[in-house]
Design a protein around this ligand. Structure first.
Ligand SMILES: NC(=O)c1ccc[n+]([C@@H]2O[C@H](COP(=O)([O-])OP(=O)(O)OC[C@H]3O[C@@H](n4cnc5c(N)ncnc54)[C@H](O)[C@@H]3O)[C@@H](O)[C@H]2O)c1
Ligand SMILES: O=P(O)(O)OC[C@@H](O)[C@@H](O)[C@H](O)[C@H](O)CO
Length: 492
C-alpha cells in the first residue's frame, strides 16, 4: 500500500473522500501556528469544505511549527505533500474518512525563522491563526499580564536575536509589513481561552511594546484580533488509528486525525483584509462571541475537568467509560445546572438543556476513545481559566460552589500521583513539581494545594470555598472518588 501523497491520491479506494479541487491552484492566504490535531480537524477541514465547493482557493494554509517537537509534523508534512486523513467516528460505530488538502505548505521555524517571518510579511498572507494551547499565550493566571520573564521571551527580546517564539516571529513580520507599507494581517486565535482574540491582542502587543514601544502602539491600533468559540473533540492520534485507517480505508498515513462528528465555530466578523466565506461552510459569524464562549468553556471544558480526575481516580481511563456511568453523568449535569449554567449570559436561540444533554452524549461516544489522561493534562492552564471564574462569580453572588470546589479537590487528589489502586499517575503539567509537592503535604496540611496563589489567587482565604473543598478532599481520602461523587450528587 503506498503512502499518502499527491501522486497516490487518485489510487485511493472509493470510500475515502479526496480533494475535488486542483491543489496546485491553491495559494496561501493563512499562516497557522500550532498544526496539531485540532487545527487539522477543525479550521483546515472548514477550508477544505469551501475549496471542494470551488471557493476560497486563495486561502490555502501554510502551517508553522515553533517548538522542537514540531519537527516530527514537519517531516510528515514534507513526506505527504501536507495531505492527511480526517477520520470521523460516529456514535453508532460508522466511520468516514476524508483526505484534507487545504494545508499546502509547512515551515519549521527553528530551522529557518527568516522564512516564517517573510511568509507572514508577504501581502498574500491576510490571516495568521493560532491553536498553540492555553499555555502558548504566556500570561500569568492571576494577574493576566504577559510573562516577560519566560526565558524564550527574554531571548526574543534581546537585540538581533532570531525569534524562537510565536510572539517574536509575529512581531517581526508585522514590523516588516509596517515598514513596507503593507496593511497588517488579522490574528485569529482558535484556542480555548475566554476572549481568545482579546487575550491574543494583549499578549502580542505587550511583547511588541517591550521590543519597540511604537510597534506595540501601532499593533494595538491597527491589528484585528477577532474572538472565537471553537468546538470539536479531537483526541490524540494513536497507532491503533493509523492501523485502522490503513486496514479499513487503504490509506497509509503517518499522522491522521480522528475526531467526533460534532463541529462548531462561532467567529467574530472582524477581518480588515478579508476572510474566506466561512459562513458557506457552516461557521456562525457574529458580532459578539462572548456568550457562546462562556457557554462552551464553562459547560464543556469545565465538565471535562469534572469528569477526568474523579473518573481516573475511580479507575476509568477513557472519557466515554466515565460519561456512560450514570453517577458521573448526573454529577456533570448537576454542575451545569447549579453552578456553570447560572453564570452564563442569555443565549438567544440556544436550547441550553439540549446543549448540556448533548455534551453527555458526545462524551459517551465510545468510538472516539478520548483519554482521561488528555483531559487531565496541563490542568494548571485549564482550571484557572474555566472553573475558577465560575467559582468566583458564584462566591460573589451567593451561588452554589460545592461541585466546583469538589472538582478542584479531585485535581488536588490526582496530583498526589497515585490512583486508588496504588498505581502511579503520570501527571503532565508544566507546574508538575510544585503542584505534586503541595499535594504530597495535604494529608497533614490540608490546604497545601490551594495555597498556590499563582494558580488559585486568594481562593484559599475564602472560608465558604475551603469548607466545601475540604469536604470533598476528605471523602476522596477516606472513601474514594466514587463516594465523593455520590456525596456531591446527593446535594441536589
Ligand atoms: N483537541 C481538542 O479537542 C480541541 C478542541 C477545541 C479547541 N482546542 C484548542 O486547540 C489547542 C490545541 O489542541 P490540539 O489537540 O491540536 O493539541 P496538539 O498537542 O495536537 O497541538 C498543539 C500544537 O500547539 C503547539 N504549541 C504548544 N505550545 C506552544 C507554544 N508555546 N508556542 C507555539 N506553539 C505551541 C504544539 O507544538 C502543537 O503544534 C488546545 O489547547 C485548545 O486550545 C482543542
Ligand atoms: O484542548 P484543551 O487543553 O483546551 O482542553 C481539553 C479539552 O477540554 C478540549 O480539548 C475539548 O476536547 C475541546 O475543547 C472540545 O471542543
Amino acid at each position: 500500500m503506498p503512502q499518502l501523497n499527491t501522486t497516490n491520491l487518485s489510487t485511493l479506494p472509493g470510500n475515502v473522500g479526496v480533494p475535488g479541487y486542483d491543489r496546485s491552484q491553491v495559494t496561501t492566504g493563512i499562516v497557522h501556528f500550532g498544526v496539531g490535531g485540532f487545527h487539522r480537524a477543525h479550521q483546515a477541514m472548514y477550508l477544505d469544505r469551501l475549496m471542494n465547493a470551488g471557493k476560497a482557493l486563495d486561502w490555502g494554509i501554510c502551517g508553522i511549527g515553533v517548538l522542537p517537537h514540531d519537527k516530527k509534523m514537519a517531516d510528515v508534512m514534507a513526506e505527504q505533500d501536507c495531505l492527511y486523513t480526517l477520520l470521523l467516528k460516529h456514535p453508532d460505530g460508522t466511520r468516514e474518512a476524508r483526505v484534507i488538502g487545504s494545508v499546502t505548505e509547512f515551515l519549521f521555524a527553528p530551522a529557518d525563522p527568516g522564512a516564517v517571518i517573510e511568509k507572514m510579511a508577504s501581502p498574500d498572507t491576510r490571516i495568521v491563526s493560532l491553536t498553540v494551547t492555553e499555555g502558548g499565550y504566556n500570561f500569568h493566571h492571576v494577574t493576566g499580564e504577559f510573562d516577560a520573564g519566560n526565558p524564550d521571551v527574554v531571548h526574543d527580546l534581546s537585540p538581533n536575536a532570531a525569534p524562537r517564539t510565536t510572539f517574536g516571529l509575529v512581531a517581526e513580520a508585522l514590523a516588516r509589513r509596517r515598514a513596507r507599507g503593507i496593511e497588517p494581517f488579522t490574528v485569529m486565535s482558535c484556542d480555548n481561552i475566554q476572549g481568545n482574540g482579546d487575550v491574543a491582542k494583549k499578549m502580542f502587543t505587550a511583547f511588541a511594546a517591550l521590543k519597540d514601544p511604537e510597534l506595540g502602539a501601532w499593533m494595538r491600533d491597527n491589528v484585528a484580533f477577532p474572538n472565537s468559540m471553537v468546538d470539536r473533540i479531537t483526541p490524540v492520534t494513536t497507532d491503533e488509528d493509523r492501523s485502522a485507517i490503513a486496514k479499513e480505508f487503504g490509506v497509509v498515513d503517518q499522522w491522521p486525525v480522528v475526531c467526533e462528528p460534532f463541529e462548531q465555530w462561532v467567529l467574530e466578523d472582524t477581518f480588515p483584509l478579508g476572510r474566506p466565506p466561512y459562513e458557506d461552510a457552516g461557521v456562525q459569524l457574529v458580532e459578539d462571541v462572548e456568550p457562546y464562549e462562556l457557554m462552551k468553556l464553562r459547560l464543556l471544558n469545565a465538565t471535562h475537568q469534572g469528569l477526568c480526575y474523579f473518573g481516573y481516580l475511580a479507575g476509568y481511563r477513557y472519557a466515554h467509560e466515565a460519561a456512560q456511568d450514570p453517577l458521573f453523568a448526573t454529577f456533570l449535569l448537576d454542575y451545569m445546572d447549579h453552578e456553570g449554567g447560572p453564570t452564563l449570559s442569555p443565549l438567544p436561540g440556544v436550547d441550553l438543556p439540549l446543549y448540556k444533554q448533548t455534551l453527555i452524549e458526545r462524551y459517551s461516544n465510545e468510538h472516539v476513545r478520548d483519554t482521561l489522561a488528555r483531559l487531565c493534562a496541563e490542568s494548571s492552564d485549564r482550571i484557572p481559566k474555566w472553573l475558577v471564574p465560575v467559582i468566583r462569580i458564584n462566591l460573589a453572588n451567593d451561588g452554589e460552589i460545592a461541585r466546583s470546589a469538589g472538582i478542584v479537590a479531585s485535581w488536588a487528589r490526582y496530583a498526589e500521583g497515585t490512583d486508588e489502586s496504588g498505581q502511579p499517575i503520570e501527571v503532565v503539567d508544566r507546574l508538575k513539581e510544585p503542584l505534586m509537592a503541595a499535594a504530597a503535604k495535604q494529608h497533614g496540611d490540608k490546604l497545601a494545594f490551594l495555597r498556590n496563589r499563582d494558580v488559585f489567587g486568594d481562593l484559599v482565604d475564602n472560608a465558604r470555598f475551603t469548607q466545601a473543598y475540604l469536604r470533598t478532599l476528605d471523602t476522596l481520602h477516606d472513601k474514594g472518588a466514587r463516594a465523593a461523587v455520590e456525596a456531591l450528587v446527593a446535594l441536589d
